[in-house]
Design a binder for this molecule. Structure first.
Ligand SMILES: [Zn+2]
Length: 214
């Protein structure tokens, strides 16, 4: 099964991609992970990517495309994959179309995790970082208030600058503006499965699997 998962920052796309990949025994390809991994292993493509990052530039689409191709073209992908974090723009869509055509893997289903902007903002502004163990926790989901569920220390939470409401709203706006054309492009060409992404994690997984009929 070949899947591409879409969803706004904070909707839990990475979490779902990981669960689905385990349940269906397909490879989870997160562009963030493969980028970090290639840099750590200092592969040819990873080395190129790092040169851009060291200069403070974004890694160009062609290089991310190469990394995605390398990830899709390996043994553990033969049962399928779930691509997470790619493609985000129309330029990336064109690169991905080419890659999948070259690999003969054009058949895929899109999973779109829907979320209300206010709900996402609410969820993200209640995120805190534990200053002791660096875990990211959600204040609303804590069993014991002010206690880190990972390391057990108390009163160690700090809000990250990135989780400020205004910054989040702006990030979501940019996300929606760049991603909408991607979804429009695939509309009518591919099966698009839409699931409410702000439900509890288990419910979202259940809905995705039901929609995929697996
Ligand atoms: Zn902690």
């Amino acid at each position: 099964m070949q899947l591409i998962i879409f969803g706004a920052p904070g909707v839990g796309k990475g979490t779902q991609a990981k669960i689905i990949s385990e349940k269906l025994n397909i490879r989870h390809i997160s562009t963030g992970d493969i980028l970090r991994d290639s840099i750590q292993k200092d592969t040819v493509t990873g080395h190129k990517a790092k040169e851009y990052m060291d200069k403070g530039f974004l890694v160009p689409d062609e290089i991310i495309g190469e990394l995605v191709k390398e990830a899709l073209d390996c043994e553990d992908c033969h049962k399928g994959f779930i691509l997470d974090g790619y493609p985000r723009t129309i330029d990336q869509v064109k690169i991905l179309d080419n890659i999948l055509a070259q690999l003969g893997r054009e058949d895929f289903t899109l999973i779109k995790l829907d979320a209300d902007v206010d709900q996402l903002v609410d969820r993200l502004t209640s995120r805190r970082e534990c200053l002791n163990c660096k875990s990211i926790v959600n204040l609303k989901l804590l069993d014991k208030p002010d206690t880190c569920p990972v390391c057990g220390k108390t009163n160690v939470f700090a809000k990250r600058k990135d989780d400020d409401a205004e910054i989040i709203r702006n990030r979501l706006k940019i996300y929606n503006e760049t991603t909408r054309p991607v979804l429009d492009y695939y509309m009518g060409k591919k099966t698009i499965v839409r699931v409410v992404g702000t439900n509890p994690i288990e419910k979202v997984t259940e809905d995705i699997l039901a929609a995929l009929k697996v």
